[in-house]
Design a protein around this ligand. Structure first.
Ligand SMILES: Nc1ncnc2c1ncn2[C@@H]1O[C@H](COP(=O)(O)OP(=O)(O)OP(=O)(O)O)[C@@H](O)[C@H]1O
Ligand SMILES: [Mg+2]
Length: 331
């Protein structure tokens, strides 16, 4: 059974003197214990806003959140601030995209980690210090005992990111939302962090929501992928199926714009033309239409509905990419 069940999550920002802006539009997905679900898409498509809405961390003023966020049958959106605060850290962990603004600048790293251990795992200060050093070591921070007494500004950007991951892991949350946790890290540390997250999911049965624009991370970690475009899920599929046969032209474009080792020699990478600024509003048609190589007249006239195309896949497109033909092997 799903631990987290997000249904029709919608976030509208009210802006003074401007039209309200829908950053997240009826997004639905589920995550089971021990499962990793990816939210993928380019900058500004609503990934962070989705995660902040789930965690109850959007500003109360100016952001209208609707839909439901079921956590073991409780709608988190209906809880009070106090109840949510209690859940965060105990059941729900989050690695934020921006490490500097999520660490307390005037509290040493060690205290920020041990605080979590003392408060949420009932450890003594002494035991928590040992565990904290162990956690920093696990996330690849060298000389962890010394680092515990340092302040966030004394750490490099990548180290701060790792400290944040250590804090999230310290709670042993049953649900972890990781927002671009490895973007600021170099590849060796990145691989180490991804291995650590994998271990967490496998050994502790953590349900992981992985937010990324990096399809390499998706390939290495996610069981299921939701591709977001302009606040809506345009395609959802199991990871292998998505890579083998992307159906939405946007997903197809994302996959064609990364280098592949198995591509024929000399094959050119094809970027997606245009930028998010070219979007049309979803209620006028398909937001991706102005950038889409497959666009038809209907795409700028009718909003595509989300369709179940079988095999657990969902698609929102009038003119999808044809699935590759599997050649039959004759006996
Ligand atoms: N507090 C806010 N008030 C108004 N608009 C906001 C607010 N936070 C985010 N937005 C807008 O919502 C949209 C989605 O932002 P979001 O941060 O979720 O993007 P993202 O997918 O996480 O992008 P990135 O990959 O760059 O992190 C953007 O257009 C952003 O400008
Ligand atoms: Mg973001």
């Amino acid at each position: 059974m799903a631990l987290l069940e997000v249904r029709d999550l919608t976030v509208v920002f009210e802006r003074k003197g401007e039209q309200p802006f829908t950053a997240v539009d009826h997004v639905s997905f589920e995550v089971e214990p021990g499962q990793t679900v990816g939210l993928v898409g380019e900058s500004g498509c609503g990934k962070s806003v989705t995660s902040l809405a789930i965690m109850g961390l959007l500003p109360k003023r100016g952001a209208r959140v609707s839909g439901t966020v079921g956590y073991e049958g409780t709608n988190l959106l209906s809880l009070s601030d106090r109840e949510m605060r209690d859940r965060r850290g105990r059941d729900l962990g989050m690695v934020f995209q921006d490490p500097l603004s999520s660490l307390n600048p005037v509290v040493p790293i060690g205290v920020q980690v041990t605080e979590v251990l003392e408060r949420h795992r009932d450890m003594s200060r002494k035991k928590a210090m040992v565990e904290a050093a162990d956690l920093l070591d696990k996330v690849g921070i060298p000389d962890p005992t010394r680092r515990l007494s340092e302040y966030p500004h004394q750490l490099s950007g990548g180290m701060r990111q790792r400290a944040l991951i250590a804090i999230a892991l310290a709670c042993r949350p049953r649900l972890l939302i990781a927002d671009e946790p490895t973007t600021a890290l170099d590849v060796t540390i990145q691989a180490q962090i991804l291995a650590l997250l994998k271990e967490l999911v496998r050994d502790m049965g953590t349900a992981l929501v992985m937010i990324t624009h990096d399809l390499g991370v998706v390939a290495g970690l996610c069981d299921e992928v939701n591709v977001l475009y302009a606040g809506r899920v345009v395609e959802k599929a199991e990871r292998h199926e998505l890579f083998a046969a992307p159906r939405h032209p946007y997903t197809h474009g994302l996959l064609s714009s990364i280098p592949r080792l198995d591509a024929p020699r000399g094959q050119k990478l094809s970027p997606i033309k245009g930028s998010v600024a070219d979007n049309i509003p979803w209620d006028h048609g398909c937001a991706f239409a102005p950038r889409c190589p497959n666009a038809l007249d209907v795409c700028v006239q009718v909003t595509p509905a989300q369709e179940d195309i079988g095999g657990g896949r969902l698609l929102r497109c009038h003119n999808p990419v044809r699935p590759p033909v599997v050649e039959e092997v004759s006996a």
